[in-house]
Design a binder for this molecule. Structure first.
Ligand code: FMN
Length: 182
């Protein structure tokens, strides 16, 4: 039987984000522990005219690049959102992305999960609570386990997460995710 189709969403469009580095680390963990190859959805790669030609536009379904994003979301069984804390919440681009997805089919009954990170001491706890409300409203089934990786940049060495306790948290999350989707 085919494994679950997993999408990893980098929930910021900030170039060089730590979110993207963590996402790559989590991608490796999923592969090494569960043999899963994930799809990466990097919000930094949204169409350059996303705000003017996609978001809230009735013609968005015929935007070729956006069509590929929508098709990708439709094809996945589970989406894992790696969420940085921005001004005490989640990045605006993430809400814009969800607003642009076809409603209600895109997230309804879709399994989702979150991993939060911040420079400060919240680890995006509030950000994930805010986004959980959005996911629940959209009818998604969300994994309750939500790692909060506080002061994340103290624990990165270049592109790598080297802090063992955080690595264990991500492994535990990956295991719980697979238990939810398998
Ligand atoms: C616009 C913006 C707002 C931020 N707001 C917060 C915040 O409210 N609390 C916090 O702990 N860190 C905040 N940070 C720092 C991020 O948590 C930090 O950059 C971390 O590496 C995750 O974000 P990144 O994936 O963009 O790197 C903010 C960063 C940006 C770019």
């Amino acid at each position: 039987m085919e494994g679950p189709r997993v999408g990893l969403v980098c929930s910021t469009s900030r170039q060089g984000s730590t979110s993207m580095k963590l996402l790559r680390c989590y991608e490796q963990i999923l592969h090494q522990r569960h043999g899963v190859f994930s799809e990466v959805l990097d919000l930094a790669q949204l169409p350059v005219d996303f705000l003017m030609a996609v978001l809230y536009q009735p013609t968005k379904a015929s935007h070729p690049e956006w069509q590929q994003w929508q098709e990708k979301v439709d094809s996945l069984d589970v989406l894992v959102f790696v969420i940085p804390e921005y001004n005490g919440s989640y990045p605006g681009i993430l809400k814009a992305f969800v607003d642009a997805l076809a409603y209600p089919r895109s997230l309804y009954n879709k399994k989702t999960a979150m991993i939060g990170l911040s420079d400060g001491t919240q680890g995006a706890a509030l950000a994930m609570a805010h986004f959980a409300d959005v996911l629940n409203y959209a009818g998604s089934v969300t994994l309750p386990l939500r790692p909060r990786l506080i002061q994340i940049n103290r624990y990165m060495e270049g592109d790598q997460l080297t802090h063992e306790p955080y690595l264990r948290l991500l492994e535990q999350h990956a295991d719980s995710l697979m238990a939810l989707v398998r």
